[in-house]
Design a protein around this ligand. Structure first.
Ligand SMILES: [Zn+2]
Length: 322
């Protein structure tokens, strides 16, 4: 299997959000890619600019990022031609590697805008090199710029950042320096097309947590009523385990719970409620072992939640009596 490191540069409506084409808020102007083999050695490159068809002048932010290159873009081939060549170039057996999660959704949106069928597996798994860098060098949560990572790893800087090809090239060099044996299980899931059927639901197990991606539901309540979403399996042995603290909301978009495996101890669960493009929602549920301190934090949050509910109930009763 090869790795295809990609980076896109895009433009947006120069006259403001209310004048944009809602089907294509970001129009791709450049595709840069580097192909690496299994040993992460560079074996091929792809670099091409695209002729703009929707937004014919550059947004000021686009100019800041990629410079005054409108004439260069205008002299390029249209997106469908470039995209077809790019997809052919990718080949059959490859995994995308990207700096951050934002490029793959835009690639898919642009393809669908031109009615080009998406040739990607569903769900689409990829490597987020920005996240991998954080997992190895920092706390796994911080997100750094590509330039930061290049400086951190003392990679020689000899071409400017934010030209699609240069960025993919630097991303490839960062990828080459990471400890791949440790990191290669950390696949990311692209959520542009979330699972729509039970068969497409996804369960991934990493070194220190498991992740489940549910199919889409009409709304949050329907989703949280499905046992398939709320059940907790032990992170270690996979057995269904009892919830000591049942799921409770910690924000509009998040739930927490705590469960106990008789053999492997306390574990904490988190459900993130994600919006699907058509207004539906789906769940991303993660389970990990909870340290005693973490268990205390969840207990305290649960107490605060129960207090809030009691207060609301009392206020409602008071109003009903008034
Ligand atoms: Zn267990």
């Amino acid at each position: 299997m090869n790795y295809v490191v990609i980076d896109l540069e895009w433009n947006q409506c120069p006259y403001g959000k209310d004048k944009e084409n809602p089907k294509l808020p970001f129009e791709i102007l450049e595709i840069g890619a580097v192909k690496l083999n299994e040993n992460r050695e560079i074996i091929d490159t792809f670099s091409e600019t695209v002729r703009p068809a929707v937004y014919k002048t550059l947004h000021y932010r686009t100019k800041e990022v990629i410079g005054e290159r409108l004439e260069e873009f205008k002299a390029s081939r249209p997106f469908p031609e470039v995209a077809r060549d790019f997809l052919t170039w990718c080949g059959k057996d490859y995994m995308f590697c990207v700096w951050g999660p934002s490029d793959l959704p835009e690639l898919q949106r642009n393809l669908l805008f031109y009615h080009i069928p998406l040739p990607f597996p569903k769900p689409l798994l990829y490597y987020d090199v920005q996240k991998l860098f954080s997992l190895e060098k920092e706390d796994g949560k911080l997100r750094r710029s590509l330039e930061f990572a290049v400086e951190y790893l003392k990679i020689e800087k000899n071409s400017p950042f934010h030209k699609a090809f240069d960025d993919t090239y630097y991303t490839s060099l960062v990828l080459q320096q990471l400890n791949w044996e440790d990191l290669k299980t950390y696949l990311s899931v692209d959520y542009f097309r979330p699972p729509t059927t039970k068969e497409e639901e996804l369960y991934l197990k990493f070194k220190d947590y498991s992740k489940f991606v549910s199919r889409v539901y009409e709304n949050r309540d329907r989703m949280m009523a499905d046992r398939n979403v709320t059940q907790v399996r032990c992170f270690v042995c996979g057995r269904l385990i009892r919830r000591q603290l049942d799921w409770f909301p910690t924000s509009q978009k998040q739930f927490a719970c705590m469960a106990l495996c008789p053999q492997h101890g306390l574990q904490k669960g988190k459900i993130r409620v994600k919006k699907a493009p058509n207004g539906n929602v789906f769940a991303i549920r993660t389970i990990k072992i909870a340290s005693p301190e973490q268990a205390e934090v969840i207990k305290a949050k649960n107490e605060a939640y129960k207090k809030r509910v009691k207060k609301q109930e009392a206020a409602a009763a008071f109003q009903a009596n008034a």
